[in-house]
Design a protein around this ligand. Structure first.
Ligand code: GP9
Length: 419
């Protein structure tokens, strides 16, 4: 079993490897990763009453890479799962949160790697109680130099659970601009948390028929977060950090609004089960490179486990000695490597860009639905069997690695061999 797991990681690292021009093209850049609360992909590029919902995100797309089929891979640990998977390139657990259950187990984490391999300083920022999701302990274990939690911020813009994201970004930037470079900053926003009701004074959209509904409130909250993002980008420019920084922005998970009618009304079309599954599973990923290069829409499937290996590729840090499961988004964009992009969700749903599998409630493979993405209709189940088995294997391996602290054992065995 252990040999099989080792073998799987070896093969994954080979799939990620690529000597293309992007490897190390942005070595030494600062890295800012923003994980935005419940920020879903269906809002991107959309308008309501003639007003853009995410005007700042949309504008950034002109000079950024936008991954338009990016999936959150979270489970019960919600925000903490997105954080864990995005920084460790492993799946979250089937039950509970890694941060709460196994904070001291060994993982190959982005902040640790950047500190040890490239001399970065690393900070986490989130203006809420530091104990929530066991962050105080988890962030120490992840290798952050410092975690700025609610007690480190002035509550000069009280909003929702805590501080408004506009002030959160402004105060985080004040710290960041004094930071020794290069730095890795990981920021988690909060203002668009369920139930999304912002005070009327900061609601800027005319949501028309959605006014007074949770769906309308959600759109208002996303619009506010987008405005906060816009102010943060302006601040980065003012501080001279914009062209020295890789900025990644992604949503952590869905908004828990599962009523199909609201989405159908908003999007103006009837939605199939496949449409709804994708809407609830997709969050946007935007990556802005220091020179604004490689901008465009990247429609190949991708997910949160892919973030860390992909950032390391841009920074010129090889991932072959790390126990990571995700894809390198900058190695597998070529037409020769489509098989690299199997994106597995915690539920056992998966896509490779051609097929999309939705499991049934009883989890029996043959009771699930295998969609052909070119026709967007249910197809024969058999083509989904092999990727389903691979998906199940990945989830099993990830669970085993996390629960039994296998990376700690592997590292001991590797000493003097692989590191
Ligand atoms: C609170 C925030 C919310 O600190 O991360 O977490 P969630 O409830 O979305 O998992």
């Amino acid at each position: 079993e252990r040999d099989e797991i080792r073998q799987w990681f070896n093969e994954a690292s080979q799939r990620r490897q690529s000597d293309n021009d992007l490897f190390g093209a942005y070595a030494g850049s600062n890295v800012i990763v923003i994980q935005a609360e419940a920020f879903m992909n269906f809002t991107i590029g959309k308008t309501i009453g003639g007003q853009e919902i995410t005007p700042n995100f949309n504008k950034l797309m002109d000079e950024s890479l936008y991954f338009s089929n990016y999936y959150h891979q979270t489970g019960q640990g919600r925000t903490s799962d997105a954080d864990f998977s995005s920084n460790s390139s492993l799946h979250p657990l089937p039950t509970g949160s890694v941060a709460v259950r196994y904070p001291n187990h060994a993982f190959d984490m982005l902040p640790q790697i950047l500190k040890s391999q490239a001399g970065y300083t690393a900070e986490a920022y989130h203006a809420y109680e530091g104990s929530f999701w066991n962050r105080n302990n988890m962030y120490q274990a992840m290798g952050y130099d410092r975690f700025y939690s609610k007690k480190d911020f002035q509550l000069d813009e009280p909003l929702g659970w805590s501080l408004g994201d506009k002030s959160f970004f402004r105060q985080s930037l004040e710290v960041m601009s004094q930071e020794k470079q290069p730095f890795y900053s990981f920021l988690i926003t909060l203002s668009s948390h369920h139930p999304y009701s912002l005070p009327a004074s900061i609601q800027e959209l005319d949501t028309g028929e959605f006014e007074g509904t949770i769906f309308g409130d959600y759109l208002q909250a996303v619009h506010y977060v987008d405005a906060a993002l816009g102010e943060f980008v302006e601040g980065l420019k003012r501080e001279g950090l914009w062209d020295r920084t890789i900025l990644a922005f992604y949503g952590d998970h869905d908004n828990s609004i599962t009523d199909k009618a609201g989405y159908e009304q908003f999007l103006g079309k009837t939605l199939s089960d496949l449409d709804m599954h994708q809407i609830m599973s997709q969050v946007p990923l935007l990556i802005h490179l220091p020179d604004g290069g490689h901008a465009g829409v990247y429609p190949e499937p991708a997910g949160q486990l892919d973030l860390t290996p992909s950032l390391l590729h841009l920074l010129g840090i090889a991932t072959d000695s790390y126990y990571m499961m995700g894809n390198n988004l900058f190695a597998s964009t070529g037409p020769d490597r489509p098989a690299d992009r199997l994106v597995v969700l915690r539920s056992g749903a998966f896509t490779d860009g051609k097929l999309y599998y939705i499991p049934s409630a009883d989890n029996l493979f043959t009771n699930g639905t295998c969609y052909d993405l070119s026709s967007r209709t249910p197809a024969e189940i058999e083509p989904c069997r092999a990727p389903h088995e691979e998906a199940m294997k990945r989830l099993r391996i990830s669970d085993e690695v996390i629960a039994t602290n296998l990376i700690a054992d592997f590292r001991k065995e590797d000493q003097g061999v692989r590191r």
